[in-house]
Design a protein around this ligand. Structure first.
Ligand SMILES: [Zn+2]
Ligand SMILES: [Zn+2]
Length: 762
């Protein structure tokens, strides 16, 4: 009788032992179905062992071995084991959620082939020039399919309505679907494209380790000539043997993407796989298109939570089989199987969305670095505003710094940044006269302006002029935001909403005033001032519909918009060629925030949003409305001096004893009873203090007091936290490992508790 140890998706930090019937072969990494309590669950075999502590009458047998997908590799299991240990999170809840949903279900996988589409004979005979001009999307689809067969995901990248239009074309008999021959062979030259290959029947050979270098063929659009800085970056990275971490620090417009393209080309030629991590799901279709256009016959897939379960499984398996050559994904893709992984790129590495804020609170960037190290491959972290952690690591020599200081298009200049002192100028409902004048000039010149404000809604709070009542949320410590369009007060923390009251609930006064500005108010002020201007508001409210944002982007690109009003959604990586003016409203609160990362985040955000201005042949201008025009942050922005800014921030952090000079862990608890929350955290603290006296570990461990969270009450839950920090990562890890069993022994029923390693939010 053999025994297997299984990871199950349950909140216990242990594996579970089961027996395997005689004659049944089970491999490590295989998915199995086992009885658990009264249920049946899917688990993953982590170990095969000879003995168990479970008594023979209690141990149960594995019910079924799932053979419908290949076992997980030892490398991936090691990575997940590392994450479970490092982030102090149950192994089963680390392993199972890393898999596509279909692989977590006990139903057999019916892998529906992803259909491809191509022109039929009559479709190929169509004359596109005489095809009705107004059927824009149909024309685009036909043109695309004339180049190569595509699947639905690829066509959807052309337009939001591609799905429906494709159906019409199919009904007309111009387009036909087919199941592409599974591109699961290791032949790198066949991709999703089913063009008849001259190599039919040829057995592909993936170069074995140490074998001679074999050059794989793929089409590569190499129209761009690299600058000497770009070339140097490409050379340094391609010459790396084994693991090396590079920080590619390139100013906006310096052509980081071009460096990525050349690196990919290099890896693809050698038959390797590239993993490209991006922070934002909204950016993936755009990037997917771009890289497809550069590598038209390479099998590129994306992995993110926006895919259907079927698509995600298909793409994951393509990666697992080594058939997908470029894998483009958000943070979850760091756990994709990549047998031929040869390079990892983390774009916008400073972005906080690489950090998961619930469940396994991992940083995909940090896990990617561990993974590159584990696999012995280079990793590139790219950013115009690197995180201070990465920047510090590059300066201290742990990472290799590569700089791109020039704009790739010689003519393109960095935008001019100016501050407008809001205390010395005429303001119109939060917008200065100077900014309005500049916007007016852009409208005349048919150029676009972007007004950036990081608050959605009409106004952040409603106030009574009589008694000073403020629209607080009754479930949270925060304020209710005024949404004038639908006459609601809405809490952005818990979702609670009420109709806007006609009179003050406290004193009955009817004179209620909105205080401050959000995107809706800015939009209406601008509409009043520029009645004929086409204004587009881009925030979470206006883009709730899945495809809305992509439709808006198309509008912006077609220059059907004069003024864009939006939140940080607009700041990220979108290229709007007609945009020449960026106005920033109300950035000041971050300057004196209690969060020590607030200034770092603001700087990155402003550089990013400023980078939207004037990318093409038109110079851009950025106007920042502030009460502190002399603040060093704005000075550094004006002089485009990231180095100086980073140096001063790092000096401050070092003095104050903040990361990257210390390593932190945050224990959080929330619950309905305040005393329960504080009792738990105080007991945890007492245990930590006692432990720290008895434990011999490298460096010091500092245990702070139990304090209320930044949002001390949310959705009727009291929230508090306890910070632990150490001067060494190793010391902190050792401490946490010893502390965890003590935490597990505390009663915390009715409480939601979490331990966050390397927390980003305070
Ligand atoms: Zn009142
Ligand atoms: Zn609330």
């Amino acid at each position: 009788m053999s025994i297997v140890r299984i990871a199950l998706d349950v909140p216990l930090s242990t594996l579970f032992d089961y027996t395997v019937a005689e004659g049944v072969v089970v491999a490590i990494g295989q998915r199995v179905i086992v009885p658990f309590g009264r249920r049946q669950m899917v688990g993953v075999v982590m170990e095969c062992v000879a003995t168990t502590d479970v008594s023979p009458e209690r141990i149960k047998p594995v019910l079924q071995v799932l053979l419908d997908s290949a076992p997980l590799s030892a490398g991936l299991l090691d990575l997940l084991r590392f994450c479970s240990d490092y982030y102090r999170y149950p192994i089963g809840q680390t392993v199972l959620p890393a898999l596509p949903a279909r692989l977590r279900s006990d139903k057999p996988i019916i892998s529906k082939p992803i259909l491809s589409y191509r022109l039929s004979a009559s479709g190929a005979a169509l004359d596109l020039d005489s095809f009705p001009k107004r059927k824009v999307v149909q024309r685009r689809i036909l043109a695309k399919l004339a180049e190569q067969p595509c699947n639905l995901a690829q066509l959807k990248a052309l337009s939001t309505t591609a799905g429906a239009q494709l159906k019409t074309l199919e009904q007309q008999g111009w387009v036909e679907s087919f199941s592409p021959a599974p591109s699961l062979s290791l032949d790198r030259t066949t991709s999703h494209s089913t063009r008849p290959s001259k190599n039919d029947g040829q057995v592909a050979g993936y170069p074995a380790k140490g074998g001679g270098e074999q050059i794989a063929q793929h089409t590569f659009d190499n129209a761009h000539i690299l600058t000497s800085e770009q070339q140097l970056a490409v050379d340094s990275i391609t010459q790396a043997s084994g693991y090396a971490c590079f920080l590619l620090h390139g100013i906006t417009g310096s052509g980081k993407t071009e460096v990525y393209v050349h690196l990919m080309h290099h890896v693809l030629q050698r038959g390797g796989q590239v993993l490209l991590l991006v922070p934002e799901i909204n950016l993936t279709p755009q990037l997917e298109n771009y890289f497809r256009s550069r590598f038209p016959d390479v099998n590129l897939i994306s992995l993110h939570s926006g895919l259907s379960e079927g698509e995600r499984l298909h793409n994951w398996q393509q990666a697992q089989l080594g058939a997908a050559q470029i894998v483009l994904g958000t943070r979850l893709s760091v756990f994709a199987e990549l047998p031929k992984l040869a390079l990892i790129i983390v774009d916008e590495e400073h972005d906080s969305s690489f950090k998961q804020q619930d469940g396994l609170r991992y940083s995909a960037r940090d896990v990617a670095i561990f993974r590159a190290n584990q696999r012995g491959v280079p990793i590139v972290l790219g950013s115009a505003t690197p995180s201070l952690e990465s920047y510090h690591n590059a300066q201290s020599g742990r990472y290799q710094m590569l700089k791109l200081t020039g704009r790739a298009l010689a003519a393109a200049r960095l935008p001019a940044v100016r501050c407008i002192n809001i205390n010395q100028t005429v303001m119109h409902h939060g917008i200065s006269e100077n900014l309005l004048r500049e916007i007016g000039q852009r409208i005349v010149r048919r150029e676009q302006s972007l007004i950036f404000i990081n608050r959605r809604g009409y106004a952040p709070v409603l106030m009574c002029t009589g008694c000073g009542w403020l629209s607080g949320c009754k479930h949270c410590a925060g304020k209710m935001v005024l949404h004038l369009k639908d006459q609601r007060l809405r809490c952005h923390h818990c979702g609670y909403q009420v109709r806007v009251p006609h009179a003050c609930p406290s004193c009955g006064n009817a004179d209620l005033h909105p205080v401050g500005s959000g995107t809706q108010r800015v939009e209406s002020v601008l509409q009043e001032r520029f009645p004929d201007a086409r204004i587009l508001r881009v925030d979470r409210d206006s883009t709730r519909n899945k495809r809305a944002w992509q439709a808006m982007r198309e509008q912006i690109h077609a220059n059907e918009v004069d003024i864009l009003v939006g939140t940080q959604m607009l700041a990220k990586g979108h290229d709007f060629p007609a945009l020449t003016l960026v106005g920033v409203l109300n950035p000041d609160s971050a300057l004196y925030s209690s969060d020590f990362r607030a200034a770092e985040k603001l700087f990155a955000q402003l550089v990013q949003v400023a980078g939207r201005a004037g990318r093409a042949d038109k110079p851009g201008e950025v106007l920042i409305q502030t009460a502190f025009p002399e603040h060093p942050l704005f000075r550094a922005l004006q002089t485009h001096d990231f180095e100086g800014w980073a140096a001063s921030q790092l000096a401050e952090r070092q003095m104050a004893g903040f990361p990257p000079f210390v390593y932190q862990a945050m224990l959080r608890a929330e619950g309905k009873q305040e005393n329960e929350v504080y009792r738990y955290l105080n007991e945890a603290r007492t245990a930590a203090v006692t432990l720290s006296r008895s434990l011999e570990i490298p460096g010091q461990v500092e245990i702070f007091g139990v304090v209320p969270a930044a949002m001390p009450r949310r959705a009727n839950h009291i929230r508090a936290q306890l910070l632990i920090q150490s001067t060494t990562r190793k010391g902190l890890q050792q401490f946490l490992r010893a502390w965890q069993p003590l935490l597990d022994a505390l009663t915390a029923q009715k409480l939601r508790c979490s331990l966050d390693i390397d927390p980003l939010e305070f």
